[in-house]
Design a protein around this ligand. Structure first.
Ligand SMILES: [Fe+2]
Length: 236
């Protein structure tokens, strides 16, 4: 039985492998507009995400010895690219979201649903030369007024910060009733809506660990505007 540490490393390797392949396959053939920004919302981690005790890329538990959070586990494989489809290195990617109950771990969340003490509500990652990042989490719960989503803050050297939200193709019924989602143009919505397929995570990474046979896995491509382009984001 491999440890969770190993599992985390395998996840990262799998993400890098698949991200690298996709980057290569599409580079040079397309031009993509920058990912649309979206409101940061009131629940950005307090204090700052890097002052939190737990912010590694496995949100399904606080650490290797902790119980597992409630809900459907998923894997998000991400790629941060420029508009010419080139991967961006050394990009900080922060994510935060609600737990399975649709509750944020934030004092301003007045929702009366219980906090999941085992869920790590945020993560902070850094892309490598292939622009890839990956995290394991729980399908976020729905909370009043919003369709399920994951918040992102993306900070690349010499570029404007991008704050955006990622949505789920499987939640189309809720998505189309969501004001923040629907204020995007159709092509912008498509770019931030991710489809998840059940994939053999462990097998893809060469692990023999039976704990990760298949998890719904989706690819989120984040495109940043040109260096110094303030239009890639907007003030929060
Ligand atoms: Fe939110």
């Amino acid at each position: 039985m491999k440890s969770s540490n190993n599992r985390r490393r395998f996840l990262t390797k799998a993400a890098i492998a698949s991200g690298f392949a996709m980057g290569l396959g599409q580079r040079g053939f397309s031009w993509a507009p920058p990912t649309a920004s979206a409101t940061k919302g009131p629940f950005y981690p307090i204090p700052d995400i890097d002052k939190q005790k737990y912010f590694d890329a496995d949100l399904t538990r606080l650490d290797e010895k902790s119980p597992v959070a409630d809900g459907q586990q998923i894997v998000v494989q991400g790629l941060v690219l420029d508009m010419d489809d080139r991967p961006l290195d050394q990009v900080i990617v922060e994510v935060w979201q609600a737990c399975n109950n649709g509750r944020y771990n934030h004092p301003q969340d007045r929702n009366d649903r219980p906090i999941d003490p085992n869920f790590q509500y945020w993560a902070k990652m850094l892309t490598g030369a292939d622009g890839a990042f990956s995290f394991r989490t729980i399908q976020p719960g729905k909370y009043p007024g919003r369709t399920p989503h994951i918040h992102y803050r993306v900070v690349a050297p010499k570029r404007s910060e991008l704050v955006t939200q990622m949505y789920f193709e499987s939640q189309a019924e809720y998505n189309k009733k969501d004001g923040i989602y629907m204020e995007l143009k159709p092509e912008q919505r498509q770019a931030v809506t991710v489809g998840f397929e059940s994939k053999p995570i462990a097998a893809a990474s060469g692990s023999t660990d039976g704990s990760d046979l298949k998890l719904p896995t989706g690819l989120f491509r984040i495109v940043l505007g040109p260096t110094g382009d303030a239009k890639a984001t907007r003030p929060m």
